[in-house]
Design a protein around this ligand. Structure first.
Ligand code: MN
Ligand code: MN
Length: 306
């Protein structure tokens, strides 16, 4: 089962203005073939379907704990899309429904972010094509599934690098920078798991593509604090067996800041989830939201005094 914590894995800056086309680029990291929904659902199904969990504890725990981290990555990219996708900024004071106030949306890269979601994220790629279950690979063959996960993390890396090369706003770059570091950890971890099982040291081919992660200023900060050496259990008491793979004297990859690999109990401290205001002119949460704000306020007050 899952425990939910109302925090983002990192704190994101709040942008001064909307940039729906940057949001479309970020959508690739959410619902693209190599997006966070794909890593989440791959590990999700593999960990649920896993046979001989008891006898294969270190490998089961690895896939299971990374599943929980990927849930948080989906949440992070979704919040990033929300921060930059609010629909082209309009002057709400001089708003006139008959004057096509959102006409600029027609020229946005992914119009569905506005038309369907009201300026928010969708389970879709940068072209608005829906994420789909055929991206999930769960054969039950441990080596094949781990090999797929290694490939998937590197596929995700090439997408993050390319998205990074297209965006200049601080939110999108922060999302890419953090996820590049965490994806590097996962590729490294799956490589170590495969080395234990087969003797083949896949970690020697990392990073793929072969550009040092610390070339990216937003990633460099996380590496300087050792984020590339940490794997989280994401559980109050379970999955400690990942230490048999992520640990055991193993060190950071050559080229990254050196140090031992460490398992962190629990989860990262993380940062606040942005509390974005609705867009009444796009009817979120309502055209005149005061009444439902009032209902929620009274409801909470009655609950607190009961
Ligand atoms: Mn991820
Ligand atoms: Mn990952």
């Amino acid at each position: 089962m899952f425990l939910r914590i109302d925090r983002l894995q990192i704190e994101l800056p709040v942008p001064a203005r909307a940039d729906p086309n940057a949001a479309a680029a970020l959508q690739e990291l959410l619902g693209g073939k190599f997006g966070e929904m794909s890593t989440l659902n791959n590990y999700f199904f593999q960990s649920f379907n896993f046979r001989n969990k008891g006898k294969l504890k270190p490998f089961y725990s690895l896939v299971a704990s990374i599943t929980a981290e990927e849930f948080g990555h989906v949440e992070l990219v979704t919040n990033g899309v929300n921060l930059v996708a609010r629909g082209p900024d309009i002057d709400v004071k001089n708003y006139d429904v008959a004057a096509a106030p959102f006409a600029a949306v027609r020229d946005a890269r992914a119009t569905a972010n506005f038309f369907t979601a009201g300026g928010a994220a969708l389970p879709a790629d940068s072209m608005g094509a829906p994420w789909n279950g055929s991206y999930v690979f769960s054969t039950g063959n441990l080596i094949l599934d781990l090999l797929h996960n290694f490939f998937l993390e590197n596929g995700a890396r090439v997408h993050k690098l390319r998205v990074y090369e297209t965006v200049s706003d601080p939110v999108s770059r922060e999302v890419c920078g953090y996820l590049l570091v965490r994806g590097g950890v996962h590729a490294h971890a799956y490589g170590l798991a495969l080395k234990h099982l087969t003797g083949v040291d896949m970690t020697k081919m990392l990073p793929v593509p072969n550009i040092p992660t610390d070339k990216f200023p937003e990633a460099r900060r996380y590496m300087a604090e050792g984020m590339h050496r940490r794997l989280y259990r994401f559980s109050p008491g379970d999955y400690a067996e990942i230490g048999a793979i992520w640990g055991n004297g193993e060190r950071a990859l050559p080229g990254d800041p050196d140090g031992e690999l460490v398992v962190v109990d629990g989860h990262p401290d993380g940062g606040k989830i942005p509390d974005l205001a609705g867009i009444s002119t796009a009817f979120t949460p309502e055209y005149q939201p005061e009444e439902i704000f009032d209902i929620a306020g009274k409801l909470y007050k009655a609950f607190k005094s009961s």
